[in-house]
Design a protein around this ligand. Structure first.
Ligand code: HDD
Length: 694
């Protein structure tokens, strides 16, 4: 397969394994001691001569680099991309998108936007989804998000937007949260933010997993074919596992219980060989249709509804390898929207144009100089041959006496090629020099309304709750009022519902809702037929029915999910009712239900009695139920559910509660089957959990 492992072969040259080595200085001198500094006598001062001490501490003093000004918190992995076939060749000369025999190595970095490097994963935020394709024709970076739209239309507003959402400057509070006055002040004064704010208040902003979220290139880009003809394109990543989200209460608890929740999930899945996969799809618009829409294709606050222009599949991405070193790879990777290859070009989207300046600029400060493309993670697998020389951290030893074009002294090399070169898309540009937003960018309400109309009832409820939570934290009343007034232009019912929750008078009635919707926008329409990689907690104590535990383990594993048995001590054993031993995977006291997708309490009277009397276990079950997760129990285990306030009488039980009574020691086949079906649905959203005490 062409190119498949080219990046790894390249990186093998710099991967360092220190096993069986002896400690040296950076100069390769072996040291005899590293625990005490060189001193003038016992209890005496440290000597300047101690080069080992100075080198060790100096390096430490310089170990930190500036974190990314946005998207500081992230996690990444290696993988590859391969097109299914060559159909896109009609529209682009980009080989990695059109040659099914080419498997392109890549690195993806997922991120949150607002928080610092050490902030929690499960905050309400946009997720970055940046992919660096190491193609044979040079590096191509698709620097996208898990939302298809952005908060602003022109990059000159980016510093304003980011200053508003970041912690407030006087006290640096709050961390990694938009629920504060400056963000909502900005939103209320800048209606172009509204569409993306709707996404931000939706469950899209709290993904269950990086592996279960979509990715979007956001901008309209341009594909260019061999004849130089352009076609507008929007890029989409669709996760094979479907798109699923957490609930807000859960997110806040996970932020404490496991701040690395999404990062760990990605890492663990890859280590376990459960390689995350996405399909790359494109929406194509012929150039003759540039003005066929009721919005401007250059406006990054707009989507092209999928019902209007379908997403056509191009190929598949698989992530199959974790980095060896977080800093060297995930921290030092440098994305840039202007890293394009022949066949992919820009449009005049003013947000994209600004990005094409900003990303190169930011790497210069972040990575310390103009040679950051030589850092191993950033190096293309394509040959690099430039006349650029010198600069901090130059890694190459360029031979020869010329570093300019044209030259005759080096035979004119590097020469200008004539095949597979990047040729900028040619178009006529004509206009007055003006500082003005295009009139075609002025409709800020139709698409937020489209998004709202497309939501399932439970999604709408979550959006209203999110607005209430966020605005509930806004101290300035007039800001809350202005946001509600803006929402009234999106949908009157939404504005009224939000107003009621935040102590603001409901608005009189705004713009009429246009009534259009786009089903593709709803998470309710994502796939629900797989439980692959889901994690289920099985609560046990001494006296548990060991046969049932085994049946649950096997049944879930056969369907691609994992059962983790929670008991008294990690790596310990519980005594089964029949005297056998049951392995404990996780110490129950260290675990919270929020990091699981569902919970099962097997039978066994002694075990069930212990758990029913254990507040932690009862809370565990109640909390899972509150978060709409599937909950199951058999025989005496039902008592634990009842203690958690969950109805176990056949009539009162909801579809996400799976029960097996009088099993006689073995679970009926349909027990795991029904539980798996509920797990596949992800959550039982219609469950009323208002009174659940958790
Ligand atoms: Fe940006 C990082 C995505 C608008 C300026 N951005 C960054 C990352 C992602 C995005 C995923 C993290 C890359 C990584 O993992 O290293 N940004 C977007 C999307 C945008 C967007 C989808 C709108 C469609 N960004 C945007 C604008 C500007 C920037 C308008 C500036 C005018 N973005 C940056 C940056 C960052 C960045 C300051 C910070 C660190 C970095 O670039 O490498 O240059």
């Amino acid at each position: 397969m062409a190119n498949g492992d080219a990046k790894h072969e390249q990186l093998d040259g710099v991967r360092a394994d220190l096993t069986d080595t002896e400690l040296t200085t950076q100069q390769g001198v072996r040291v005899d001691h590293t625990d005490d500094s060189l001193q003038a006598g016992e209890r005496g001062p440290t000597l300047l001569e101690d080069f080992h001490f100075r080198e060790k501490v100096t390096h430490f003093d310089h170990e930190r680099i500036p974190e990314r000004v946005v998207h500081a918190r992230g996690a990444g992995a290696y993988g590859h991309f391969q097109p299914y076939d060559g159909w896109l060749g009609e529209h682009t000369v980009a080989k990695f998108l059109t040659d099914p025999n080419v498997r392109t190595p890549l690195f993806v970095r997922f991120s949150t936007v607002a928080g610092s490097r050490g902030s929690a994963d499960t905050v309400r935020d946009v997720r970055g989804f940046a992919t660096k394709f190491y193609t044979e024709q040079g590096n191509y970076d698709l620097v996208g998000n898990n939302f298809p739209v952005f908060f602003i239309q022109d990059g000159i507003k980016f510093p304003d937007f980011v200053h508003a959402v970041k912690p407030e400057p006087h006290n640096e509070i709050p961390q990694a949260a938009s629920a504060h006055d400056t963000f909502w002040d900005f939103v209320s004064l800048q209606p172009e933010t509204l569409h993306t704010v709707m996404w931000l208040m939706s469950d899209r902003a709290i993904p269950r997993s990086y592996r279960m979220m979509q990715g979007f290139g956001v901008h309209t880009f341009r594909l260019v074919n061999a004849q130089g003809k352009g076609t507008f394109v929007k890029f989409h990543w669709t996760p094979v596992l479907g798109s699923h989200s957490l609930v807000w209460d859960e997110c806040q608890k996970i932020a404490g219980a496991d701040a690395d929740f999404n990062r760990r999930d990605l890492w663990d899945a890859i280590e376990a060989g459960q390689f995350p996969e996405w399909e790359l799809g494109v929406q194509l618009v012929d150039e003759t249709d540039e003005f066929a829409f009721d919005f401007d294709l250059l406006d990054a606050t707009k989507i092209i509804p999928e019902e209007q222009v379908p997403v056509r599949p191009v190929g598949k991405m698989v992530l199959d390898r974790n980095p060896d070193n977080f800093f060297a790879e995930t921290e030092q990777i440098a994305f840039h929207t202007a890293n394009v290859v022949p066949g992919i070009d820009f449009t005049n989207d003013p947000l994209l144009q600004a990005r094409n300046f900003s990303y190169l600029d930011t790497q210069l400060i972040r990575l310390g100089g103009p040679n950051f493309a030589q850092i191993p993670i950033n190096r293309p697998v394509a040959e690099v041959s430039t006349n650029q020389r010198d600069g901090y951290g130059q890694q190459r030893i360029h031979r020869g006496g010329t570093s300019y074009t044209p030259n005759s002294l080096s035979g004119g090399c590097p020469a200008i090629g004539d095949s597979e070169v990047f040729r900028h898309y040619q178009t006529r540009v004509d206009g007055d020099k003006i500082r003005k937003r295009s009139e075609s960018f002025t409709d800020h309400y139709s698409q937020p309304t489209l998004f709202w109309n497309s939501m399932a009832t439970w999604e709408k409820d979550h959006i209203v709750e999110a607005f209430r939570f966020e605005l509930g934290k806004v101290g300035h009343r007039h800001v809350r009022e202005r946001v509600v007034a803006e929402l009234d232009h999106v949908d009157h019912d939404l504005a009224v519902a939000v107003a009621h929750g935040i102590g603001v008078d409901p608005p009189a009635g705004g713009t009429e809702n246009h009534g259009r919707s786009s089903p593709a926008l709803s998470l309710a329409n994502s796939r629900t037929d797989s439980i692959a990689t889901r994690k289920v907690a099985v609560l046990v104590a001494d006296g548990v029915d060991a046969t049932e535990v085994e049946q649950i383990r096997r049944g879930l594993s056969e369907r691609g999910a994992t059962a983790e048995v929670l008991g008294a001590s990690h790596d310990g054993r519980a005594r089964g009712a029949d005297g056998s031993e049951v392995n404990i995977d996780v110490a129950a006291r260290t675990a919270m239900s929020v990091v699981y997708d569902g919970v099962i309490v097997p039978g066994g009277s002694e075990s069930a009695r212990t758990l029913a009397a254990d507040g932690h276990a009862v809370h565990f079950v109640a909390e899972a139920y509150k978060h709409h997760k599937p909950v199951a129990a058999s025989d005496e285990g039902l008592e634990v559910l009842r203690r958690a306030g969950i109805s176990t009488d056949g009539e009162g039980a909801d579809p996400g509660v799976v029960l097996a009574a009088n099993t006689g020691g073995a679970l009926p086949d349909q027990f795991v089957e029904q539980f798996a079906a509920a797990l596949g649905k992800h959550r039982e959203w219609d469950r009323d959990t208002a009174s659940t005490p958790a």
